[in-house]
Each structure stands twice: as C-alpha cells, then as structure tokens.
Design a protein around this ligand. Structure first.
Ligand code: NAP
Length: 464
C-alpha cells in the first residue's frame, strides 16, 4: 500500500510519501546493525536510559503536536490522542526508571558452583505496527528495546506516515544515536525480505490475524523469534449484582473509545438476565447520545473510522450479521455525513450460526448476549477464537475473582474496561497472538538470557 495521509473527517488527502528505495533500506539496516555491534548496545545501560528519560519529556512537550497528527491521519479525537501520549511518556519514563533492575543478572542455585543469567541484546528488531494507536504501538516495542540495546527498524501502517516520522524524529532529539530507531516506508513484500536478512534477529507485529500469520510464518521459516499482538473480541460481563450505572458508563466508553477501533475494546457484552433490561436500556441510550463529530473538537467522543476501507468492511460485516437474523437496537449503518463515520450500533439475537458470532467488529458496534448463571457467562465468554482481554462488572469481588480465573484470555479486569499501563504485561492467547509487551515480562521478549556457570569442579555429564 502507498504511504498516504488522508484525513478521515474531511476525506481529503493531506500528504503522500514515497517508499524508501532498496538502497535506502540497505543503508538503514547497515546503520542499525553497526549500532548493535557498538559500545552503545553492549556497554553500560546508563546512556540508553538517559535517552528514554529525555524521550518521556519530549513526548509530553509534543503532546498536542502528536495528538493533532493522529486526529488528522486516523481520526482519533484530540483528548483521546492526548491521553495516548501521556501513556507513552509514562512507558518511556517507566523503563528509564526500572529497566536496570529488570536486566540485572539473575542468580541460580546449582550444585555445579556459581551460576547466573545475564540479559543481552540479540540484534536488530523489526516492528510492524498498526494505525489505531500510532505512537503507543511504537513505544511499546521501542522503549524496552532501547533499554536492552536492540536497535529497531519499524514499518508503520501506510495511513499514518506523519506519525511515524514525528516519532522517529523525537527519538533522535532525545539523543539516540543513528540507527537506534528507524522509520521505514516499505511494503509488506519488503517486510518479508527483511525477515530473511541475517542482521535482523526478531520481529514484533501488532495487527490483524492475516498479517500476523504471514509475518510469523516467515519468521519461523527463517528461525527468528516473533511476538504477535493481534485482534480481540473482548467480553464485557455484567453480573446480576453489578452497579448498573457504572457498568453502562464503562460499556459505552469501552465500545466507543477510538471509534471502537481498539484491540481490547469491549465487543461482546454478556449480561445476566436479572439485570439485562436495565443494562441494555441504559447502554443503548448511552451509545445513541455519544457526541459524534470533528476529532479536533474537544467535545467529540466519537470520531470517524480511520479510512474508507475500514468503513466499507464494517458496513459489510453488520449487513451480513443482520441478514443472518441479528437485530440492531440502534444504528446499523454508516452515518449520513461527510467523513468515514459509522453510527453507534447495538446488535442482539446473534446466534452461533451467524458469521458475526465469531468476528471482531473494529468499530462502534456492540454485540449483546443475555445469559442465566455464572457457568453460562463462562461458556459464552470462552466460545471465541480470540483471547485478548475482558472485563467483569460485579459487586462481589470474590465471585468476580473466581470468574476471572475461568475466562480464557491473556488479561481480565474487574470493574473496569481492559486498559494498558506501563507496568502491566499486555498480550493474549488463541488467535489474539503470543508474547507479551510492557512490564517486567515485555522487556525480556527479545533478549539473550545467557547462562554463565563458574564450575567448582563437581562432575556433570555432557547433555544437550
Ligand atoms: P493490519 O492490516 O494487519 O496492519 C497492521 C500492520 O501490518 C500495518 O503496518 C500493515 O501495513 C502491516 N501489514 C499488513 N499486511 C502485512 C503483510 N502481509 N506482511 C507484513 N506486514 C503487513 O491491521 P489493521 O487491520 O490495520 O489493524 C487492526 C487489527 O489490529 C485489528 O484486528 C486489531 O484488533 C489488531 N490490533 C491488535 C492490538 C494488540 O495489541 N493485540 C493492538 C491494536 C490492533 P499496511 O498499512 O501497509 O498494510
């Protein structure tokens, strides 16, 4: 796909960017690889953490510039973009503060003598990232990589080239050496070629199942480590003892934030019968009354979808769901206005034979299921190909805790929507991918955990 910023609110092209030539790409890989072989990557962590600290400050200083670029390129309402940048600054600051401790050698008890693992960089990483959180998706990979000493080449989504360039520039302003973090305007075919390059040692992809499957198969063919953060169809469970007003407000926010284009957005609402009417009435009302409009207007809650293709895909999915027996309690079609807007939509009566039942709706479309008891909640929640996050709303924490451990996902939040914090490991199971980003776990996805043993001369047989 060609790199192009097209404002989804005005439907006008703002800029186009040429792809990097093969010679430019080669020069960028060579620079990144040279950095990996230098003292910067292998020497003391202090210099790398200073970059992260400076980057945290620069992200905060450039909050409005970055939030405006996101609004312009993919339609995120300004306040939501500003919130994203605050989180990104928090992630940079978190690793600046904690990485040295996470990467300290870890001792092991053994009869052989003294033993420990050290954490070393493995080489240049390739990050392939989506447009929905244009800066957060990058910082999740880049911040731990800088701390570890792995240079990163990134291929951002082709609809957010300006966000990609702004991010690269801020990392350089933070004092990173050449080759530390490099923006590539390249095609999917070039991604595949790069994974075959010996200088690239790992690939992290966030995006769709299709792209994840292609990139991970190529990585496994070339015997490279990969992590995948893919789609989700997160449950939002409302138990019969929940605070309904709180659940309604959270449900509307969880479904409409970023125009519903969030991997961990609340997508499947599973509501117990006793509170179904109260929840559904409030939820439909909340969805209907969301303020739709210009992402640059501070009052806007619901902006346009990111692109015309996104609008076409969602429209087709809902039409198919309705033609297979689903009913729309509100919405069900694109909004009749300029811009790629879709009406907030609530679907019920989705049976397992409806294609919608197992699909992710990447837009402001909620699926609602009414069930009886806690076992039915678990059965409905786990009847999904995805396993990213999920929420449970309940007034009884013990009950919610038990259910949380029975839901097959990488993350469950009680009495809040699924969210992301620098210190909390983020990731999923099943078709939502593998590996974790953020926290103490995320920083160790792309490291050489090198074992060193100082033998005290005790006998050991040779194995392996
Ligand atoms: P996408 O089409 O898979 O795009 C993601 C990135 O992959 C883009 O940079 C894209 O480049 C690239 N790409 C696409 N096909 C590729 C291929 N065959 N080889 C190499 N790279 C390829 O994803 P999307 O549909 O825009 O994003 C939405 C999906 O991402 C949703 O399913 C969502 O749930 C998921 N997501 C997951 C997380 C998470 O953390 N789990 C977070 C956000 C989004 P182009 O733009 O040039 O096509």
């Amino acid at each position: 796909m060609a790199y192009r910023s097209l404002n989804p609110f005005t439907e006008r092209t703002v800029r186009t960017c040429d792809e990097h030539t093969a010679a430019e790409v080669e020069a960028k890989i060579a620079k990144a690889d040279a950095l990996f072989r230098s003292d910067w990557s292998r020497g003391p962590i202090k210099a790398r953490l200073a970059v992260l600290e400076a980057l945290a400050g620069l992200l905060t200083d450039n909050r409005d510039v970055l939030a405006t670029a996101m609004a312009e390129e993919m339609g995120k309402p300004l306040a939501q973009g500003q919130g994203e940048i605050d989180l990104c600054a928090g992630i940079a600051a978190y690793y600046a503060d904690k990485a040295a401790e996470f990467l300290k050698p870890q001792p092991y008890d053994t009869d052989l003598g003294e033993a420990w693992t050290e954490f070393h960089p493995i080489g240049v990483l390739l990050a392939v990232e989506p447009w929905n959180f244009p800066i957060y998706q990058l910082i999740r990979v880049v911040a731990p990589a800088i701390a570890v000493g792995n240079p990163v080449l990134f291929k951002h989504a082709s609809i957010v080239p300006h966000c990609a360039a702004l991010f690269e520039d801020l990392v350089m302003q933070a004092g990173a050496p050449d080759g530390c973090v490099t923006n590539l305007y390249i095609s999917s075919d070039t991604v595949s070629e790069l994974i075959g390059d010996d200088r690239i040692q790992g690939v992290a992809l966030t995006g769709s199942e299709g792209a994840g499957s292609k990139v991970a198969s190529r990585a496994s063919e070339m015997l490279k480590k990969s992590t995948l953060e893919l789609g989700g169809s997160d449950v939002f469970v409302v138990l019969d003892d929940a605070d309904i007003e709180k659940a309604v407000a959270a449900g509307v926010e969880g479904r409409l934030s970023n125009a519903g284009q969030v991997c961990t957005g609340s997508k499947r609402f599973i509501v117990q019968k006793a509170v179904a009417e109260a929840f559904i009435d409030g939820f439909v009302e909340g969805m209907k009354s969301a303020v739709m409009g210009d992402p640059m207007d501070p009052e806007t809650v619901l902006g346009p979808l990111s692109s015309e293709d996104a609008l076409k895909d969602l429209t087709g999915q809902v039409e198919e769901a309705l033609s297979h027996g689903a009913k729309a309690l509100t919405g069900g079609k694109p909004s009749d206005r300029t811009g790629f807007f879709y009406e907030p939509t609530v679907l019920v009566d989705i049976t397992p034979d409806n294609p919608a039942y197992y699909q992710e709706f990447f837009g402001p479309v909620a699926q609602v299921f009414v069930v009886d008891d806690d076992d039915a909640v678990v059965a409905q929640a786990n009847d999904s190909h995805f396993g990213l996050g999920g929420s449970i709303f309940s007034g009884n924490i013990d009950r919610a805790r038990k259910l949380a451990s029975r839901i097959e996902t990488g993350m469950v939040f009680v009495n809040s929507t699924t969210t992301s914090m620098p210190e909390l490991p983020f990731g999923g199971i099943k078709r939502s991918g593998f590996g974790r980003e953020l926290g103490d776990v995320g920083i160790k996805e792309f490291v050489n955990r090198k074992l060193v043993v100082i033998s005290e001369g005790k006998a050991a047989s040779t194995v392996g």
